[in-house]
Write a protein that binds this ligand. Sequence first.
Ligand SMILES: *[C@@H]1O[C@H](CO)[C@@H](O)[C@H](O)[C@H]1NC(C)=O
Ligand SMILES: *[C@@H]1O[C@H](CO)[C@@H](O)[C@H](O)[C@H]1NC(C)=O
Ligand SMILES: *[C@@H]1O[C@H](CO)[C@@H](O)[C@H](O)[C@H]1NC(C)=O
Ligand SMILES: *[C@@H]1O[C@H](CO)[C@@H](O)[C@H](O)[C@H]1NC(C)=O
Length: 402
Amino acid sequence: KKKKKKPRGSGGGDPGCPRVSKPSDDLQTSRKSGFFSALPLRASLRGYGFCMAALFLFCFGSLFYQLNGGAPQILQDIRHYLGKKFSLPRALPFPSQVVYNRVGKCGSRTVVILLRLLAEKHQFNLVSSDIHNKTRLTKHEQVDLMKNISKIPQPFLYTRHVHFLNFTRFRINQPVYINIIRDPINRFLSNYFFRRFGDWRGEQNHLIRTPGMKDDERYLDINVCILENYPECSNPRVFYIIPYFCGQHPQCREPGVWALERAKQNVLENYLLVGILEELEDVLLMLERLLPHYFSGVLDIYKSPEYKKVGNLTGTVRKHTPTLEALQVLYHRMRYEYDFYNFIRDQFHLTKKKIGLKSASQPPAYSSAFLRELTLRTPKPLDEDEELESDLEDKWLLWCPS
Ligand SMILES: *[C@@H]1O[C@H](CO)[C@@H](O)[C@H](O)[C@H]1NC(C)=O
Ligand SMILES: *[C@@H]1O[C@H](CO)[C@@H](O)[C@H](O)[C@H]1NC(C)=O
Ligand SMILES: *[C@@H]1O[C@H](CO)[C@@H](O)[C@H](O)[C@H]1NC(C)=O
Ligand SMILES: *[C@@H]1O[C@H](CO)[C@@H](O)[C@H](O)[C@H]1NC(C)=O
């Protein structure tokens, strides 16, 4: 990305030229006589020369760049360059058991589609559970599931909407965990409107998804839901992300410091990476880095025109943004979620820094300016639900690179 910008900057034409001619000014200052008369002509001639040279270099460079196959090559160069600085993946043993306990409405559909292609490319076993609505399990179910997971031939990646499972506790080999989260209010809004109106798959989808929903629920004003404390817009229902990281303990579902702290601790101890959806490309880049046997090449796929075509999951959903007042109430209600989100974001940026990626500085997610900005932000259309994902399967395999 950064390399790409350089040639454009130096060949940018007019804005670059005056600056290029400056060194000649300095040369001229030693010869005081005739300085003022000589400068404009010489400077402009030199400037012109520099300008043409820069333009030529830019054109030549861009031709070369395109002949070379464009972005993927550049990306590879960058990755290669970064690889010299970053030694973590080499220090790590190759993890052959990975669990992605994906959080709902956080772009996991996008990632699962990518994983299908990667599984084929890198020959690992991808097991994507088709249970989408059961995130907590009895002790017996937990053991059963963990045993099942550990029996998948390695290397494997198992993914399901499920709260963290503590393999260690049952003396089963603990896999490496990964996950992706997003801004909690945006996640909430995305889910709220998805349940009511479906997504790109059209209006019919809500009939499949929430068949029992009455019209007064479906058309419930989100401000009313929040301000009048409807269960859907209150705790514990809006305490959603933390339990995925805290675990199966009943207290993990009680909004509070205990669950928050345990979730944080658990991230540090058991998660290789928790990315944030707002920076998905960097998440993918880091996954390539940290789990190359699973994810190398993922950015090329993600950025390919074929993916863009099939991955075009956007569609109009009736997304209304709540009023500022409602948002503030919701924000307060979700303060633990925000505490966690900010923690994850900081960790993520820290890891990015280690790899050598810069993070765009963002305002901390506390201020009222942030809330105002939130009212203007449109949630990204990346996140679709898992259900019905088999719709896509056939289309995908048509162009799947082997
Ligand atoms: C989960 O969904 C299945 C159908 O997809 C349904 O039969 C089951 O009752 C649901 N379970 C819960 C806990 O909602
Ligand atoms: C474990 O695998 C068995 C056999 O494939 C299956 O019947 C059972 O439902 C699975 N259990 C869980 C929790 O996935
Ligand atoms: C997992 O279980 C082990 C052993 O019982 C325990 O020490 C650890 O705190 C547990 N971790 C979580 C996150 O539940
Ligand atoms: C995505 O699909 C919609 C409708 O299916 C279409 O209108 C839109 O142009 C597509 N966008 C892209 C980027 O292909």
